[in-house]
Ligand binder design. Structure first.
Ligand SMILES: *Cc1c(COP(=O)(O)O)cnc(C)c1O
Length: 380
């Protein structure tokens, strides 16, 4: 089966009792046992639920993995994965990483003695050189957030394998439709299903996908033991969203390419970051490892941060909000919003200037999006 067929059929069977084509929301905390200790797969929803299982089956199929575990949020999934580390372990992370990931790593370092090194140069050599004999994980995003840099997943994973290190790819920005890190050699894929998988900005969820059965067991245990489970309703919604992922991503990519092209020619723009632009340094690698270039566009505006502050809320199609990946367009100011938890000097190091904006380009008519941006850019 191919991607769009799997998205609709994997993990989706008519309900046994009623024949309902869409499995119901199993809004239950517990399950009746005919005799003590005997149950029909499920015993308590923190440990498992049919809606979790259905979404896991679908996500594993979408990523080409054997197993998936769903969590309360993307950060819930990260917590599960990091909980497998011990004091003294070390992580190498791409520097342009999600703010919440950085915050979690910083907490683990100061409180639990789990150290990390961020690499600015996203080459496999830089990852390899930053590794020590205590390094357990290479953690990367591609495209990165917010500057949309591209990491060569094949090369980094190969380097990791040669040093006995596990590679984790946060695939949230690309979605399983555009990029499948396991096929490129990574060991674990992470999603904030809050974003493109859900696709409608109406749920919070996360997932980990792997083909390593032993690792899967530990990740499943972590969900149960640390209480990192999602709700049945949120997983049901995420599964519903997943069915239209391919169609939505195609529309996001077409619109984002137009927005990036428009911004690149605009005289109020200093830099436009979009991996689909030929001028983007990661363009060739993106072309090789992604099906298309995604729905995110970032740009440094040639204007004052005061003017940006004054007018960012005045866009009408692009709502000023954190998050991304929904059908509606969003604009975000990373320095004061998604990346505000980073120390100012770290932001500066990473090129997250006060005039950087990040667009999650939605699937509206692109003419309306361009008009909205044009009006805004006139004001700043
Ligand atoms: C949003 C996001 C996360 C965290 O996910 P939540 O569902 O908000 O906890 C992690 N990584 C990336 C790239 C994200 O965009």
């Amino acid at each position: 089966m191919k991607f769009k067929t799997k998205a609709i059929h994997a993990g989706q069977h008519p309900d046994h009792d009623t024949g309902a084509v869409i499995p119901p929301i199993y809004q239950t905390s517990t399950y009746a046992q005919p005799t003590p200790g005997h149950h029909q797969e499920f015993e308590y929803t923190r440990a498992g639920n049919p809606n979790f299982r259905n979404l896991e089956t679908a996500l594993a199929a979408m990523e080409g993995g054997q197993h998936a575990v769903v969590y309360s949020s993307g950060l819930g999934a990260e917590t599960a994965l990091f909980s497998l580390l011990s004091s003294g372990d070390h992580v190498v992370v791409s520097s342009d990483v999600y703010g919440g990931t950085y915050r979690l790593l910083a907490q683990m370092k100061s409180r639990f003695g789990i150290d990390f090194t961020s690499v600015d140069d996203l080459s496999p050599e830089a990852f390899g050189d930053a590794a020590t004999e205590r390094t357990k994980l290479f953690w990367l995003e591609s495209p990165t957030n917010p500057r949309l840099q591209i990491v060569d997943i094949t090369a980094v994973s190969k380097r990791a394998r040669s040093q006995g290190i596990t590679t984790v790819v946060d695939n949230t920005f690309a979605s399983p439709y555009l990029q499948n890190p396991l096929a490129l050699g990574a060991d674990v894929v992470l999603h904030s299903t809050t974003k493109y998988v859900g696709g409608h900005s109406d749920l919070i969820g996360g997932a980990l996908i792997t083909s390593d059965a032993a690792l899967h067991d530990r990740l499943h245990f972590a969900r149960m033991a640390y209480g990192l489970n999602p709700s049945p309703f949120d997983t049901w919604l995420a599964h519903r969203g997943l069915k239209t992922l391919a169609l939505r991503m195609e529309a996001h990519c077409v619109n984002a390419a137009q927005v990036a092209g428009y911004l690149q020619k605009h005289d109020r723009m200093k830099i436009v970051y979009y991996p689909g632009l030929e001028s983007h340094p990661g363009h060739a690698v993106a072309k090789r490892q992604m099906k298309a270039f995604g729905g995110m566009v970032s740009a440094v505006v040639d204007g004052s941060s005061e003017k940006l502050h004054q007018h960012l809320g005045s866009l009408t199609c692009f709502r000023l909000a954190e998050s991304l990946g929904g059908v509606e367009s969003l604009v975000c100011h990373p320095a004061t919003m998604t990346h505000a938890s980073l120390p100012a000097e770290v932001r500066k190091q990473r090129g997250i200037s006060d005039t950087l904006i990040r667009l999650s380009v939605g699937i509206e008519d692109v003419e309306d999006l361009l008009e909205d941006l044009e009006k805004f850019l006139k004001k700043v």
